[in-house]
Design a protein around this ligand. Sequence first.
Ligand code: GDP
Ligand code: GDP
Length: 456
Amino acid sequence: LAAEEGFDFDDVDGLDGAAHVRLPVLAVVGRPNVGKSTLVNRIIGRREAVVEDKPGVTRDRVTYEASWNGRRFKVVDTGGWEIDVLGIDAMVAAQAELGIEQADAVLFVVDAKVGATDTDEALIKIIRRAGKPTVLCANKVDGPSTEAEAAYLWSLGLGEPYPVSALHGRGSGDLLDAVMAALPEAPPQTFGDAAPGGPRRIALIGRPNVGKSSLLNKVAGEERVVVNELAGTTRDPVDEMIELGGKTWKFVDTAGIRRRVHLTAGADFYASLRTSSALEKAEVAVVLIDASETLAEQDTRIISMAVEAGRAVVIAYNKWDQLDEERRFYLEREIERDLVQVQWAPRVNVSAKTGRHMEKLVPAIETALEGWETRIPTARLNAFLGELVAAHPHPIRGGKQPRILFGTQAGTRPPRFVLFASGFLEAGYRRFIERRLREEFGFVGTPISISVRVRE
Ligand code: GDP
Ligand code: GDP
């Protein structure tokens, strides 16, 4: 069975993060050659999903948008990862598991002409464990003569088998009706799906007095009035649209920046609440640090909050105008010693007072967002992992040597990797992998998560 370690970001993007509202997601699951891609083509009504006759053709999980009776949903084809890396059963199981995890309902496809195989049985176990609504498709029922075979599939215990010919379209209407009944109307909103194409969302965070409000005023080019600040009646956070580098950006929750939190009891608590709520809404965090003072524990805590929230991160050292040679020397040491956890974050040295290096802010933010959205194709990732494992195998522990069998990027914003391994991977080895992943693929400005699933 599968064991999991490492931490996951809880806001898995709806697989491509490209819709205004989060659409329900249907995972199409089945062993190779049962007709998943053909069926996906049928469902989306286009010839987009590539159908290959050979099993084992390298293909990443792909998501398509579809609609039926006016309801839109997403279809994920879980077919076709490299077969030679794991045994075929393990490979099919691994991809199904990941597909199912991120789906609201499952369409399980069986070849009615072949009947249920051991691989099908293994898949059913995974589906059961996931506990998601499931529709059973008995495919390749091209005519009435094969319908009896479909009926045998009642024995799988997944309810009514819907006889379908993905190739000719037969029975697909009834199948889709059943799928729509299984999918939730409005799945829970996840962060990753929020308005694409709209302004990117920036959280400007940092402990009190580092210069957040000064920086905001500087970039906004004027003192702006916060409309919601009427006599403290409303505590609604306010977002501000600010044009920078020819683009509009949304600075989220700026009321909390402009409202001076006086140093009374509980101020830290409110500051920390504001930081979380801003992070919640943002894609990228600009963490402001006062360069003229020694790095405080509160600074590193705020950085950790951004990293743990899974946001892209830019570190901005403010008040650079106040630096003398000595402070600069110590600052470099501090960065090396105390900011190792975010070595990957772009750094800018600015002054909200003089306007120094303001123009460097936008490129840093854009770089971080780019890293945050990077997706490595499965084939490329596995080629890289293969070389890495060959050159630097995991140390032998208790006579055993855990091996990475296969890996995939399960999500972006931030990048999230799942490695399938033959045994527990030590933390040091996981960090080594992260380091090498960053060397190879960049991921500037973004946290990445690596979780390991152990296959026995
Ligand atoms: P996948 O590996 O599960 O994605 O399967 P494909 O969609 O690539 O289909 C595998 C093979 O089965 C292809 O040669 C398809 O043309 C064929 N096929 C798919 N659906 C049907 C069907 O309903 N009837 C028949 N006769 N063949 C089908
Ligand atoms: P906030 O609490 O993070 O919003 O910080 P403020 O923007 O209110 O700034 C706190 C203090 O630092 C104010 O007195 C600012 O004038 C000052 N300050 C902000 N940015 C700079 C800077 O770049 N250089 C200098 N010398 N002072 C700054």
